[in-house]
Write a protein that binds this ligand. Sequence first.
Ligand SMILES: NC(=O)c1ccc[n+]([C@@H]2O[C@H](COP(=O)([O-])OP(=O)(O)OC[C@H]3O[C@@H](n4cnc5c(N)ncnc54)[C@H](OP(=O)(O)O)[C@@H]3O)[C@@H](O)[C@H]2O)c1
Length: 185
Amino acid sequence: MSRIFVAGGRGLVGSAIVRRLQADGIEPLAPSRRELDLLDQKAVDAWFAENKIDQVYLAAAKVGGIHANDTYPAEFLRDNLVIQSNIIHSAWQSGVKKLLFLGSSCIYPKLAPQPMPEDCLLTGELEPTNEWYAIAKITGIKMCQAYRKQYDFDAISLMPTNLYGPGDNFDLQNSTKQKRLIRLQ
Ligand SMILES: NC(=O)c1ccc[n+]([C@@H]2O[C@H](COP(=O)([O-])OP(=O)(O)OC[C@H]3O[C@@H](n4cnc5c(N)ncnc54)[C@H](OP(=O)(O)O)[C@@H]3O)[C@@H](O)[C@H]2O)c1
């Protein structure tokens, strides 16, 4: 059976992926931040080398709404760039067969046509209140494309719209509740 790593497996999206896999009789690895700090490249490298992972769901990120993005722009940019770079690189280096990266619909231009076509990516200004997060996410998509192009690494990206469900964060300052639309099981 494939060995699956759900990065961010204790979060809103990651825990839903874990539950879905468990319903299919699969027990993925989903270490907590205390067990594996994804900002630590050496720790991430060692963890992949030790655990012989086949598939990765990359649902770990620094996530928040307008207030949090506006208050912590450096953390939103740096933490997301580092987490996704560490995982994508270690996954490729350790021989992972498939990786799914999760982005967000906020990567598209603020004034994109509605409904948003995928090819409007990078054609206009981003919404300024979450540009830090969006730039990191766009880089994650491009990193998946670059590793596919140069190394033939089977990495793909999904852009969910706004989500809510079990385990969600309803903090008035830091949650993304302003725009939740899709309910997770
Ligand atoms: N929620 C939405 O509406 C939505 C919409 C579109 C796309 N997405 C995408 O889905 C993904 C997950 O979002 P989410 O809403 O599930 O966020 P979340 O509930 O905040 O989950 C993020 C997870 O990442 C973990 N994490 C963050 N930094 C870490 C670190 N340094 N080391 C280890 N783990 C770390 C968190 O652990 P801790 O619990 O320890 O912080 C948490 O388990 C993101 O890429 C986001 O862009 C979400």
